[in-house]
Write a new protein. Structure first.
Lengths: 198, 198
DNA sequence: CTTAAATTAGAGTAATTACTCTAATTTCGG
DNA sequence: CCGAAATTAGAGTAATTACTCTAATTTAAG
Protein backbone atom coordinates (compact mmCIF):
# COMPACT_ATOMS: atom_id res chain seq x y z
CA UNK A 1 0.00 0.00 0.00
CA UNK A 2 1.41 3.39 -0.94
CA UNK A 3 2.04 6.29 1.41
CA UNK A 4 -0.97 8.43 0.53
CA UNK A 5 -3.24 5.48 1.01
CA UNK A 6 -1.71 4.60 4.36
CA UNK A 7 -2.11 8.19 5.55
CA UNK A 8 -5.80 8.31 4.66
CA UNK A 9 -6.56 4.96 6.25
CA UNK A 10 -4.64 5.75 9.43
CA UNK A 11 -6.24 9.19 9.67
CA UNK A 12 -9.75 7.86 9.13
CA UNK A 13 -9.29 5.23 11.81
CA UNK A 14 -7.84 7.70 14.32
CA UNK A 15 -10.46 10.36 13.58
CA UNK A 16 -13.23 7.83 14.08
CA UNK A 17 -11.71 6.69 17.36
CA UNK A 18 -10.76 9.97 18.95
CA UNK A 19 -12.27 12.84 16.97
CA UNK A 20 -10.31 15.12 14.67
CA UNK A 21 -9.36 17.52 17.46
CA UNK A 22 -7.39 14.98 19.47
CA UNK A 23 -5.51 13.58 16.48
CA UNK A 24 -2.38 15.46 15.40
CA UNK A 25 -0.48 15.06 12.15
CA UNK A 26 2.30 13.48 14.20
CA UNK A 27 -0.15 10.88 15.49
CA UNK A 28 -1.30 10.13 11.98
CA UNK A 29 2.27 9.82 10.72
CA UNK A 30 3.12 7.43 13.56
CA UNK A 31 0.02 5.33 12.93
CA UNK A 32 0.89 5.19 9.23
CA UNK A 33 4.45 4.12 10.11
CA UNK A 34 6.17 7.09 8.57
CA UNK A 35 7.89 10.31 9.58
CA UNK A 36 6.01 13.61 9.93
CA UNK A 37 8.16 15.00 7.14
CA UNK A 38 7.00 12.27 4.84
CA UNK A 39 3.38 12.90 5.67
CA UNK A 40 3.85 16.55 4.82
CA UNK A 41 5.45 15.58 1.55
CA UNK A 42 2.17 13.96 0.53
CA UNK A 43 -0.34 16.33 2.10
CA UNK A 44 0.50 19.90 2.83
CA UNK A 45 -1.62 20.09 5.97
CA UNK A 46 -4.24 18.42 8.09
CA UNK A 47 -7.15 20.04 6.28
CA UNK A 48 -5.92 18.56 3.02
CA UNK A 49 -5.97 15.10 4.58
CA UNK A 50 -9.52 15.59 5.76
CA UNK A 51 -10.53 16.86 2.34
CA UNK A 52 -8.98 13.82 0.65
CA UNK A 53 -10.90 11.52 2.99
CA UNK A 54 -14.16 13.31 2.27
CA UNK A 55 -13.55 13.14 -1.47
CA UNK A 56 -13.59 9.40 -1.08
CA UNK A 57 -16.75 9.52 0.96
CA UNK A 58 -18.53 11.59 -1.66
CA UNK A 59 -17.35 9.15 -4.32
CA UNK A 60 -18.75 6.22 -2.36
CA UNK A 61 -22.05 8.00 -2.09
CA UNK A 62 -22.51 8.78 -5.74
CA UNK A 63 -23.88 5.38 -6.76
CA UNK A 64 -26.20 5.08 -3.75
CA UNK A 65 -28.89 7.50 -4.87
CA UNK A 66 -28.66 7.13 -8.61
CA UNK A 67 -31.70 5.57 -10.21
CA UNK A 68 -31.75 2.09 -11.69
CA UNK A 69 -32.35 2.00 -15.46
CA UNK A 70 -35.85 2.92 -16.57
CA UNK A 71 -37.23 -0.57 -17.32
CA UNK A 72 -36.38 -1.82 -13.82
CA UNK A 73 -39.27 -1.28 -11.46
CA UNK A 74 -38.21 0.03 -8.03
CA UNK A 75 -39.67 -1.60 -4.94
CA UNK A 76 -39.49 -1.27 -1.18
CA UNK A 77 -36.53 -3.60 -1.39
CA UNK A 78 -34.68 -1.10 -3.58
CA UNK A 79 -35.15 1.61 -0.99
CA UNK A 80 -34.15 -0.70 1.82
CA UNK A 81 -30.90 -1.64 0.08
CA UNK A 82 -29.96 1.95 -0.64
CA UNK A 83 -30.68 3.05 2.91
CA UNK A 84 -28.55 0.26 4.32
CA UNK A 85 -25.67 1.25 2.08
CA UNK A 86 -26.23 4.81 3.24
CA UNK A 87 -25.79 3.76 6.86
CA UNK A 88 -22.64 1.80 6.01
CA UNK A 89 -21.00 4.87 4.50
CA UNK A 90 -22.08 7.05 7.40
CA UNK A 91 -20.49 4.61 9.79
CA UNK A 92 -17.29 4.31 7.77
CA UNK A 93 -16.80 8.09 7.94
CA UNK A 94 -18.57 8.71 11.22
CA UNK A 95 -15.97 11.19 12.44
CA UNK A 96 -17.20 13.65 9.84
CA UNK A 97 -20.91 13.58 10.67
CA UNK A 98 -20.10 13.74 14.34
CA UNK A 99 -18.52 17.14 14.05
CA UNK A 100 -19.44 18.30 10.56
CA UNK A 101 -20.69 21.76 11.43
CA UNK A 102 -17.55 22.54 13.43
CA UNK A 103 -15.29 21.21 10.68
CA UNK A 104 -17.04 23.18 7.96
CA UNK A 105 -17.01 26.27 10.18
CA UNK A 106 -13.22 26.48 10.13
CA UNK A 107 -12.65 25.39 6.52
CA UNK A 108 -14.56 27.54 4.06
CA UNK A 109 -13.23 25.66 1.06
CA UNK A 110 -14.43 22.35 2.41
CA UNK A 111 -17.77 23.86 3.26
CA UNK A 112 -18.36 24.99 -0.32
CA UNK A 113 -17.53 21.56 -1.59
CA UNK A 114 -19.80 19.91 0.95
CA UNK A 115 -22.73 22.18 0.15
CA UNK A 116 -22.31 21.40 -3.53
CA UNK A 117 -22.26 17.67 -2.83
CA UNK A 118 -25.28 17.81 -0.56
CA UNK A 119 -27.36 19.73 -3.07
CA UNK A 120 -26.64 17.22 -5.77
CA UNK A 121 -27.37 14.33 -3.45
CA UNK A 122 -30.66 15.89 -2.39
CA UNK A 123 -31.67 16.19 -6.03
CA UNK A 124 -30.79 12.56 -6.63
CA UNK A 125 -32.90 11.64 -3.65
CA UNK A 126 -35.88 13.61 -4.88
CA UNK A 127 -35.69 11.96 -8.28
CA UNK A 128 -35.53 8.70 -6.39
CA UNK A 129 -38.66 9.55 -4.43
CA UNK A 130 -40.48 10.61 -7.56
CA UNK A 131 -39.66 7.29 -9.19
CA UNK A 132 -41.21 5.52 -6.21
CA UNK A 133 -44.41 7.41 -6.75
CA UNK A 134 -44.38 6.61 -10.48
CA UNK A 135 -43.73 2.95 -9.79
CA UNK A 136 -46.52 2.89 -7.25
CA UNK A 137 -44.58 2.14 -4.10
CA UNK A 138 -45.51 5.42 -2.49
CA UNK A 139 -48.67 7.49 -2.84
CA UNK A 140 -48.99 11.03 -1.57
CA UNK A 141 -52.29 12.92 -1.25
CA UNK A 142 -52.72 15.17 -4.29
CA UNK A 143 -50.92 18.50 -4.21
CA UNK A 144 -49.25 17.67 -0.93
CA UNK A 145 -46.52 20.20 -0.22
CA UNK A 146 -45.34 17.79 2.43
CA UNK A 147 -43.44 15.50 0.10
CA UNK A 148 -40.39 17.66 0.24
CA UNK A 149 -40.68 18.02 3.99
CA UNK A 150 -41.03 14.28 4.43
CA UNK A 151 -37.92 13.70 2.37
CA UNK A 152 -36.03 16.28 4.40
CA UNK A 153 -37.18 14.63 7.60
CA UNK A 154 -36.10 11.23 6.33
CA UNK A 155 -32.78 12.68 5.27
CA UNK A 156 -32.15 14.14 8.72
CA UNK A 157 -33.13 10.91 10.44
CA UNK A 158 -30.95 8.85 8.10
CA UNK A 159 -27.95 11.09 8.58
CA UNK A 160 -28.19 11.39 12.35
CA UNK A 161 -29.48 8.04 13.53
CA UNK A 162 -26.03 6.60 14.19
CA UNK A 163 -24.86 9.75 15.95
CA UNK A 164 -28.02 9.59 18.04
CA UNK A 165 -27.11 6.08 19.15
CA UNK A 166 -23.53 7.05 19.89
CA UNK A 167 -24.59 10.06 21.93
CA UNK A 168 -26.77 7.89 24.09
CA UNK A 169 -24.01 5.42 24.73
CA UNK A 170 -25.53 2.64 22.69
CA UNK A 171 -23.39 0.23 20.72
CA UNK A 172 -23.61 0.47 16.96
CA UNK A 173 -23.57 -2.64 14.78
CA UNK A 174 -25.32 -4.16 11.79
CA UNK A 175 -28.56 -4.41 13.75
CA UNK A 176 -28.51 -0.67 14.35
CA UNK A 177 -28.62 -0.12 10.62
CA UNK A 178 -31.82 -2.12 10.44
CA UNK A 179 -33.37 -0.15 13.27
CA UNK A 180 -32.55 3.09 11.49
CA UNK A 181 -34.36 1.72 8.49
CA UNK A 182 -37.42 1.11 10.60
CA UNK A 183 -37.49 4.75 11.64
CA UNK A 184 -37.65 5.80 8.02
CA UNK A 185 -40.35 3.20 7.48
CA UNK A 186 -42.33 4.54 10.40
CA UNK A 187 -42.33 7.97 8.78
CA UNK A 188 -43.27 6.67 5.33
CA UNK A 189 -45.75 3.96 6.42
CA UNK A 190 -48.90 6.06 5.83
CA UNK A 191 -47.81 6.59 2.24
CA UNK A 192 -46.79 3.03 1.41
CA UNK A 193 -49.11 1.24 -0.97
CA UNK A 194 -47.76 -2.28 -0.48
CA UNK A 195 -48.03 -4.56 2.54
CA UNK A 196 -47.07 -3.71 6.08
CA UNK A 197 -43.58 -5.16 5.81
CA UNK A 198 -41.05 -3.11 7.76
CA UNK B 1 -21.63 40.33 36.66
CA UNK B 2 -19.35 38.01 38.60
CA UNK B 3 -16.36 36.16 37.26
CA UNK B 4 -17.89 32.69 36.92
CA UNK B 5 -20.80 34.14 35.01
CA UNK B 6 -18.53 36.12 32.69
CA UNK B 7 -16.48 33.02 31.96
CA UNK B 8 -19.53 30.95 31.03
CA UNK B 9 -21.01 33.64 28.81
CA UNK B 10 -17.72 34.36 27.05
CA UNK B 11 -17.04 30.66 26.57
CA UNK B 12 -20.52 29.95 25.19
CA UNK B 13 -20.24 32.79 22.70
CA UNK B 14 -16.77 31.76 21.54
CA UNK B 15 -17.69 28.07 21.33
CA UNK B 16 -20.74 28.90 19.23
CA UNK B 17 -18.66 31.10 16.92
CA UNK B 18 -15.57 28.98 16.45
CA UNK B 19 -16.16 25.51 17.84
CA UNK B 20 -14.68 24.22 21.10
CA UNK B 21 -11.49 23.03 19.44
CA UNK B 22 -10.38 26.45 18.26
CA UNK B 23 -11.11 28.17 21.58
CA UNK B 24 -8.42 27.97 24.26
CA UNK B 25 -8.75 28.82 27.93
CA UNK B 26 -6.56 31.83 27.23
CA UNK B 27 -9.03 33.02 24.61
CA UNK B 28 -11.89 32.61 27.01
CA UNK B 29 -10.04 34.49 29.74
CA UNK B 30 -9.27 37.35 27.37
CA UNK B 31 -12.87 37.53 26.15
CA UNK B 32 -14.05 37.57 29.77
CA UNK B 33 -11.57 40.37 30.53
CA UNK B 34 -9.58 38.48 33.08
CA UNK B 35 -6.24 36.69 33.46
CA UNK B 36 -5.82 32.99 32.72
CA UNK B 37 -4.87 32.52 36.35
CA UNK B 38 -8.15 33.97 37.45
CA UNK B 39 -10.06 31.74 35.10
CA UNK B 40 -8.32 28.72 36.58
CA UNK B 41 -9.17 29.93 40.03
CA UNK B 42 -12.84 29.53 39.16
CA UNK B 43 -12.76 26.46 36.93
CA UNK B 44 -10.02 23.93 37.20
CA UNK B 45 -9.99 23.12 33.47
CA UNK B 46 -11.74 23.55 30.16
CA UNK B 47 -13.89 20.45 30.59
CA UNK B 48 -15.28 21.89 33.80
CA UNK B 49 -16.30 25.03 31.93
CA UNK B 50 -18.09 22.99 29.30
CA UNK B 51 -19.80 20.94 31.96
CA UNK B 52 -20.98 24.08 33.75
CA UNK B 53 -22.43 25.41 30.49
CA UNK B 54 -24.24 22.14 29.83
CA UNK B 55 -25.64 22.08 33.35
CA UNK B 56 -27.37 25.33 32.47
CA UNK B 57 -28.63 23.90 29.23
CA UNK B 58 -30.13 20.88 30.95
CA UNK B 59 -31.75 23.19 33.48
CA UNK B 60 -33.31 25.26 30.71
CA UNK B 61 -34.67 22.12 29.17
CA UNK B 62 -36.34 20.71 32.23
CA UNK B 63 -39.53 22.76 32.01
CA UNK B 64 -39.93 22.27 28.25
CA UNK B 65 -41.18 18.71 28.30
CA UNK B 66 -42.98 18.62 31.61
CA UNK B 67 -46.72 18.20 31.35
CA UNK B 68 -49.21 20.95 32.13
CA UNK B 69 -51.46 20.21 35.11
CA UNK B 70 -54.07 17.49 34.57
CA UNK B 71 -57.16 19.68 34.08
CA UNK B 72 -55.53 21.67 31.28
CA UNK B 73 -56.24 20.07 27.92
CA UNK B 74 -53.22 19.97 25.62
CA UNK B 75 -53.62 21.04 22.02
CA UNK B 76 -51.56 21.36 18.87
CA UNK B 77 -50.67 24.82 20.12
CA UNK B 78 -49.12 23.32 23.25
CA UNK B 79 -46.89 21.12 21.15
CA UNK B 80 -45.98 23.99 18.86
CA UNK B 81 -44.92 26.18 21.79
CA UNK B 82 -42.77 23.49 23.34
CA UNK B 83 -41.06 22.68 20.07
CA UNK B 84 -40.27 26.34 19.45
CA UNK B 85 -38.74 26.65 22.91
CA UNK B 86 -36.82 23.47 22.13
CA UNK B 87 -35.30 25.08 19.03
CA UNK B 88 -34.40 28.22 20.98
CA UNK B 89 -32.39 26.23 23.48
CA UNK B 90 -30.71 24.21 20.76
CA UNK B 91 -29.65 27.43 19.09
CA UNK B 92 -28.44 29.00 22.32
CA UNK B 93 -26.11 26.06 22.93
CA UNK B 94 -25.53 25.09 19.31
CA UNK B 95 -21.83 24.44 19.82
CA UNK B 96 -22.72 21.37 21.83
CA UNK B 97 -25.04 19.69 19.37
CA UNK B 98 -22.66 20.45 16.56
CA UNK B 99 -19.94 18.30 18.03
CA UNK B 100 -21.66 16.37 20.79
CA UNK B 101 -20.42 12.90 19.93
CA UNK B 102 -16.83 14.08 19.75
CA UNK B 103 -17.14 15.98 23.04
CA UNK B 104 -18.70 13.04 24.86
CA UNK B 105 -16.11 10.72 23.36
CA UNK B 106 -13.28 12.45 25.21
CA UNK B 107 -15.10 13.17 28.49
CA UNK B 108 -16.55 10.03 30.01
CA UNK B 109 -17.95 11.88 33.00
CA UNK B 110 -19.84 14.30 30.80
CA UNK B 111 -21.11 11.45 28.71
CA UNK B 112 -22.65 9.69 31.68
CA UNK B 113 -24.37 12.89 32.73
CA UNK B 114 -25.64 13.48 29.22
CA UNK B 115 -27.00 9.98 28.84
CA UNK B 116 -28.83 10.35 32.13
CA UNK B 117 -30.33 13.65 31.04
CA UNK B 118 -31.37 12.32 27.65
CA UNK B 119 -33.09 9.29 29.13
CA UNK B 120 -35.09 11.41 31.48
CA UNK B 121 -36.00 13.83 28.70
CA UNK B 122 -37.11 11.00 26.44
CA UNK B 123 -39.40 9.73 29.19
CA UNK B 124 -40.87 13.20 29.62
CA UNK B 125 -41.46 13.32 25.91
CA UNK B 126 -43.21 9.98 25.84
CA UNK B 127 -45.50 11.02 28.66
CA UNK B 128 -46.14 14.15 26.65
CA UNK B 129 -47.05 12.12 23.57
CA UNK B 130 -49.32 9.85 25.59
CA UNK B 131 -51.16 12.87 26.93
CA UNK B 132 -51.77 14.01 23.37
CA UNK B 133 -53.38 10.71 22.60
CA UNK B 134 -55.51 10.89 25.74
CA UNK B 135 -56.57 14.45 24.95
CA UNK B 136 -57.44 13.45 21.39
CA UNK B 137 -54.91 15.48 19.48
CA UNK B 138 -53.15 12.43 18.10
CA UNK B 139 -54.58 9.03 17.20
CA UNK B 140 -52.44 6.00 16.45
CA UNK B 141 -53.71 2.76 14.88
CA UNK B 142 -54.32 0.21 17.62
CA UNK B 143 -51.30 -1.72 18.86
CA UNK B 144 -48.98 0.29 16.67
CA UNK B 145 -45.40 -0.39 17.67
CA UNK B 146 -44.52 2.64 15.61
CA UNK B 147 -45.40 5.24 18.23
CA UNK B 148 -42.02 4.95 19.83
CA UNK B 149 -40.30 5.01 16.46
CA UNK B 150 -42.22 8.08 15.41
CA UNK B 151 -41.22 9.86 18.59
CA UNK B 152 -37.60 8.89 18.07
CA UNK B 153 -37.76 10.16 14.50
CA UNK B 154 -39.29 13.44 15.66
CA UNK B 155 -36.64 13.74 18.33
CA UNK B 156 -33.83 13.27 15.83
CA UNK B 157 -35.35 15.77 13.43
CA UNK B 158 -35.91 18.32 16.20
CA UNK B 159 -32.39 17.98 17.51
CA UNK B 160 -30.65 18.11 14.16
CA UNK B 161 -32.70 20.48 12.06
CA UNK B 162 -30.61 23.54 12.92
CA UNK B 163 -27.35 21.69 12.37
CA UNK B 164 -28.74 20.51 9.03
CA UNK B 165 -29.34 24.12 8.01
CA UNK B 166 -25.90 25.19 9.17
CA UNK B 167 -24.20 22.36 7.32
CA UNK B 168 -25.85 23.42 4.11
CA UNK B 169 -24.79 27.00 4.50
CA UNK B 170 -28.24 28.35 5.19
CA UNK B 171 -28.84 31.21 7.59
CA UNK B 172 -30.63 30.37 10.81
CA UNK B 173 -33.19 32.74 12.30
CA UNK B 174 -36.64 32.75 13.86
CA UNK B 175 -38.18 31.60 10.58
CA UNK B 176 -35.98 28.53 10.59
CA UNK B 177 -37.55 27.48 13.87
CA UNK B 178 -40.96 27.56 12.24
CA UNK B 179 -39.76 25.49 9.33
CA UNK B 180 -38.37 22.89 11.71
CA UNK B 181 -41.77 22.73 13.29
CA UNK B 182 -43.32 21.99 9.92
CA UNK B 183 -41.04 19.00 9.48
CA UNK B 184 -42.36 17.52 12.70
CA UNK B 185 -45.86 18.30 11.55
CA UNK B 186 -45.25 16.57 8.23
CA UNK B 187 -44.29 13.41 10.12
CA UNK B 188 -47.24 13.57 12.49
CA UNK B 189 -49.88 14.77 10.01
CA UNK B 190 -51.38 11.31 9.34
CA UNK B 191 -52.04 10.92 13.06
CA UNK B 192 -53.47 14.37 13.77
CA UNK B 193 -57.19 14.36 14.51
CA UNK B 194 -57.74 18.13 14.22
CA UNK B 195 -57.64 20.32 11.09
CA UNK B 196 -54.84 20.55 8.60
CA UNK B 197 -53.17 23.51 10.28
CA UNK B 198 -49.41 23.32 10.06
C1' DC C 1 -9.00 50.00 61.45
C1' DT C 2 -7.33 44.94 61.35
C1' DT C 3 -7.04 40.87 59.50
C1' DA C 4 -8.13 36.87 57.11
C1' DA C 5 -10.30 35.09 53.15
C1' DA C 6 -11.66 35.67 48.44
C1' DT C 7 -10.35 37.21 44.22
C1' DT C 8 -7.34 38.77 40.75
C1' DA C 9 -3.13 39.68 37.66
C1' DG C 10 0.43 38.17 35.16
C1' DA C 11 4.74 35.91 34.54
C1' DG C 12 6.23 31.41 33.76
C1' DT C 13 6.48 26.25 32.27
C1' DA C 14 6.42 21.86 30.25
C1' DA C 15 4.22 19.67 26.62
C1' DT C 16 2.36 19.54 22.23
C1' DT C 17 1.27 21.42 17.96
C1' DA C 18 1.62 22.08 12.86
C1' DC C 19 4.98 22.43 9.85
C1' DT C 20 10.10 23.06 7.65
C1' DC C 21 14.58 21.66 6.28
C1' DT C 22 18.27 18.85 4.92
C1' DA C 23 20.11 14.88 3.80
C1' DA C 24 19.64 10.06 2.88
C1' DT C 25 17.56 6.49 0.25
C1' DT C 26 14.71 4.31 -3.25
C1' DT C 27 12.71 3.98 -7.89
C1' DC C 28 13.04 3.76 -12.62
C1' DG C 29 13.58 5.22 -17.59
C1' DG C 30 17.20 5.02 -20.82
C1' DC D 1 24.59 0.84 -14.76
C1' DC D 2 23.58 6.19 -14.48
C1' DG D 3 21.38 10.01 -12.98
C1' DA D 4 17.37 12.42 -12.02
C1' DA D 5 13.12 12.40 -9.77
C1' DA D 6 10.31 10.59 -6.20
C1' DT D 7 10.11 9.31 -1.70
C1' DT D 8 11.50 8.99 2.96
C1' DA D 9 13.58 9.86 7.74
C1' DG D 10 14.27 12.59 11.39
C1' DA D 11 16.03 16.58 13.67
C1' DG D 12 14.48 21.08 14.47
C1' DT D 13 11.41 25.39 15.24
C1' DA D 14 8.21 28.85 16.35
C1' DA D 15 3.79 29.13 18.19
C1' DT D 16 0.30 27.72 21.12
C1' DT D 17 -1.59 25.00 24.60
C1' DA D 18 -3.41 23.93 29.29
C1' DC D 19 -2.20 24.89 33.53
C1' DT D 20 0.79 26.62 37.91
C1' DC D 21 2.76 29.87 41.03
C1' DT D 22 3.44 33.91 43.54
C1' DA D 23 2.33 38.13 44.82
C1' DA D 24 -0.85 41.92 44.72
C1' DT D 25 -5.40 43.63 45.55
C1' DT D 26 -10.20 43.64 46.98
C1' DT D 27 -13.88 42.30 50.16
C1' DA D 28 -16.04 41.72 54.38
C1' DA D 29 -16.53 40.44 59.22
C1' DG D 30 -15.45 41.78 63.97
Amino acid sequence: MNAKERILQAATALFNEQGTGKVSTNHIAAAAHMSPGNLYYHYKNKEEIIEAILDRMYAEWDPVWTLPDEPVRVTEKTLRERLLRNFEILWEYRFFYREAVALLLVDERLKRKHVRMTESRMQDQERFAHRFVVDGVLRFPEGSADVRKLITACWIVANNWLAFLEMNGEAVDARSFGEGLELIWAILRPYLTEGETG
